[in-house]
Design a protein around this ligand. Structure first.
Ligand SMILES: Cc1ncc(COP(=O)(O)O)c(C=O)c1O
Length: 468
């Protein structure tokens, strides 16, 4: 056989040193970063591949350019998303998954991943009050919601898996007007159409109103269509509202509907006593989605779909002939038989290692800290007459704005201020238009924020708002 030269590789010590620098950046991010226009950024990034490749020094420069290209979520002033500073044990678990690099499709490919994922799913299920729990980790909350809705569709129209949705009355689902857009996306992906989603009105705090749900179901029945699914939200994306889950479960089940709870954001409330009361009734849900990458400090991405209905995922999800891959017939150990993904990362380790490290007590303290921090940030906003708390703090979100100068349009002022905060690197924060008001949303997901961090951040927002 012809002798081939060794393909291009790097030495372990160089890679270890580069990883070491990344770990240092993780622990001590040198700066938040700033918003940069794509034309400017494109000048700093190498966006073409040279035919002969590049040497390692150039690769390291590319790494540095990526770090500086945008924001670092590990920085205390990153308040943009529902995930921010992750925990270093999660980082370790994430790197571990990359080192092992096997897929979660089969037990034989990822034996320790499979058993740990099963233990994690069972534990998450117990937190939600399920005595028995099936489920799996997915690529994110949107995928968990999609799988849950697929289970609901399968139960309502089992033939749809083979024949599509051509037969029978139209299937309609109900969620609140504050629900995450992934519910509508999943509905269209499942062939239900965006119009198959009824947005039920919420109260002033953004919680679904059970009476409005009853009315909406009655209207759909009167049209000869088939209500099949109610989706409650535990922790809405902007207001952090928790729907009255027990009431919604009772209504859904009375009408023969599947009850899914999107707890992608607020599921972590189950980890402490005061949060558990906000989730009362969730144990009656037919499925729950819960992101560990939002409030639990697990690096992106890690999300769980949970259901007490054993074997439903197994019959609802996978179609076609995967016999080339799945040889563990009947053992129930091949998680790929419940998943829309074939290749799937071992996300369970990063969540499980962190739970092992913190323990239940550590997670309880961490979650309580997040609740306390959100309340304290809300109080700090209320104390400053130059700031306005736009909605009461219900859980983990603080929705506020700087008071605009007299005569200025509040929404335009808020948008301009945000642009300046982002481009100068003072803060990376998001905004939303809710119930007719445009405001900043600060989701408190970083338990390591100090009172000093909060004070100096709000002072800088106020100072920037005063600049003319
Ligand atoms: C309530 C809710 N559900 C679902 C999602 C989607 O989660 P992911 O971003 O992990 O897909 C989000 C994201 O913000 C959310 O807030």
């Amino acid at each position: 056989m012809e002798r081939r030269g060794r393909l291009k590789h790097e030495t372990p010590d160089r890679i270890a040193a580069a990883l070491g620098r990344l770990v240092e950046d993780f622990f001590h991010p040198p700066a938040l970063g700033r918003a940069r226009p794509p034309e400017e950024l494109a000048r700093d990034l190498i966006l073409d591949v040279p035919a002969q490749g590049m040497d390692f020094a150039a690769i390291e420069q590319a790494v540095a350019a990526y770090l500086d290209a945008g924001f670092r979520a590990q920085h205390p002033r990153f308040m943009n998303s529902l995930s921010s500073r992750s925990h270093e044990i999660g980082l370790l678990g994430d790197v571990l998954g990359a080192v092992v690099n096997t897929t979660m499709a089969t037990y034989e490919s990822s034996p320790a991943g499979t058993l740990v994922e099963r233990a994690l799913i069972a534990k998450l299920g117990r937190c939600m009050g399920y005595a028995r729990c099936d489920g799996l980790l997915t690529s994110g909350g949107s995928m968990s919601n999609l799988l849950a809705m697929l289970c609901a569709r399968h139960r309502a129209a089992p033939d749809a898996k083979r024949r599509g949705l051509s037969d029978g009355p139209r299937l309609v689902l109900f969620t609140s007007d504050q629900a995450h857009y992934s519910i509508a996306s999943a509905a269209q992906a499942l062939g239900l159409g965006e119009d198959g989603v009824i947005a039920v009105a919420t109260d002033a705090l953004g919680r679904m109103q059970p009476e409005r749900l009853e009315e909406a179901i009655a209207a759909v029945l009167a049209r000869g269509e088939k209500p099949f699914l109610v989706v409650g939200t535990a922790g809405t994306t902007v207001l952090g509202a928790f729907d009255p889950l027990a009431e919604l479960a009772a209504i859904a089940h009375r009408h023969g509907c599947w009850f899914h709870v999107d707890a992608c954001f607020g599921g972590a409330a189950a980890l402490c006593v005061e949060g558990k009361t906000m989730l009362a009734g969730i144990e009656h849900a037919d499925s729950i989605s819960w992101d560990q990458h939002k409030l639990m400090g697990v690096p992106l991405s890690c999300s769980a779909l949970l259901t007490p209905h054993a074997d439903l995922l197994g019959s609802a999800v996978v179609a076609g002939d995967g016999s080339y891959l799945f040889h563990n017939d009947g053992s129930g150990l091949d998680a790929g038989l419940k998943s829309l993904q074939c290749g799937r990362r071992i996300d369970a380790w990063k969540a499980w290692l962190l739970w092992l490290y913190l323990g239940d007590a550590g997670y309880e303290a961490r979650t309580r800290r997040l609740f306390d921090l959100a309340r304290e940030v809300g109080e700090a906003v209320q104390r400053d007459p130059r700031l306005e708390l736009v909605f009461p703090v219900q859980s983990f979100c603080v929705n506020f704005r700087a008071v605009p100068p007299p005569g200025e349009d509040a929404a335009a002022f808020t948008l301009r201020l945000r642009e300046r905060l982002m481009s100068s690197g003072i803060a990376c924060l998001n905004y939303a238009m809710t119930k007719g008001t445009l405001h900043f949303r600060w989701a408190i997901t970083n338990p390591d924020l100090t009172p000093g961090d909060v004070e100096s951040l709000l002072a800088d927002v106020v100072a920037e708002a005063a600049v003319r």
